[in-house]
Write a protein that binds this ligand. Structure first.
Ligand SMILES: Nc1ncnc2c1ncn2[C@@H]1O[C@H](COP(=O)(O)OP(=O)(O)OP(=O)(O)O)[C@@H](O)[C@H]1O
Length: 251
């Protein structure tokens, strides 16, 4: 699998607190990479560096290399709007806009200058189909997104991210607020999406990482302890700390 994201000696500080320490690994394209580790180990921080969401946190300092498709993400030349279009994000709590289902999906494309109704209709349909939601909502696209169930809202948020045609989808514990059936649906959906997108997911749920991902990265105290194919990491971890974590001895 070709490398899409190349991280080398990445350090991140919140003020004087160092949240990421010398992080080095690569993320392959069109695969699912899971970040696991105990609370506070830096998983979400690293995820947010990938589309520069940390830029919004005052006092954040970052050094080292973070390249996506060979381009340094933290270079002055990078247009953050364009970066965030290419690197979409789905959060823990479904966060649809207070708008109709249709307008939630059309929001991003409109922002990027698409006004043609037929084109928007097509994007809405394709995105909802890709997020496995179309059949459930196609007859009431003008209804408020708030009328959907939590699991449907999360698939709507995935559809909204897909509508601007990203390469990468970041998922920050995107199923932790959902019931088991909705979680399973999203896990199945993510398996489909990896055919066309590179997925990076933070999960607290080791079973989910083991079920869904191709690669797993184990973090502890801001450091990458182990990075391996998911099967290998869960069956024959190389580091004792990984073994202790996956066997439930801490965290
Ligand atoms: N905005 C912030 N300002 C200061 N410190 C922060 C900020 N965000 C996170 N941290 C600290 O950085 C460390 C890493 O946090 P992060 O949220 O990345 O961990 P995490 O592994 O995703 O945790 P969790 O699984 O609980 O979400 C923690 O010690 C946290 O307290």
């Amino acid at each position: 699998m070709a490398t899409l994201i190349d991280i080398k000696n990445l350090n991140l500080f919140y003020g004087t607190f160092q949240a990421l320490k010398n992080v080095t690994f690569t993320i392959p394209e069109k695969a699912i990479t899971a970040f696991i580790g105990p609370s506070g180990c830096g998983k979400s921080t690293l995820l947010r560096t990938l589309n520069r969401m940390n830029d919004m946190i005052p006092g954040t300092k970052i050094d080292g290399q973070l390249k996506i498709s060979g381009t340094e993400v933290y270079s002055n030349q990078v247009d953050v709007e364009t970066l965030r279009k290419k690197v979409g994000m789905v959060f823990q709590q479904p966060n649809p806009f207070p708008k109709s289902i249709y307008d939630n999906i059309a929001y991003g494309p409109r922002l990027h200058g698409i006004t043609n109704k037929a084109k928007l209709d097509e994007i809405v349909e394709t995105s909802l189909k890709s997020a496995a939601l179309w059949n459930e909502v196609k007859d009431h696209l003008r209804r408020s997104a708030f009328g959907l169930s939590g699991g449907q809202q999360q698939r709507l948020c995935i559809a909204r991210a897909l509508a601007v045609n990203p390469d990468i989808l970041l998922m920050d514990e995107a199923t932790s607020a959902l019931d088991p059936i909705s979680t399973l649906k999203i896990e199945e959906l993510v398996q489909e999406l990896k055919n066309n997108y590179t997925i990076v997911m933070v999960t607290h749920n080791m079973h989910q990482a083991a079920r869904v991902s191709n690669q797993t990265v184990f973090f502890l105290n801001g450091e990458v302890i182990e990075y391996a194919e998911t099967d290998k990491l869960f069956t024959t971890p190389k580091d004792q700390r990984t073994e202790d974590y996956i066997s439930g001895r801490f965290g």
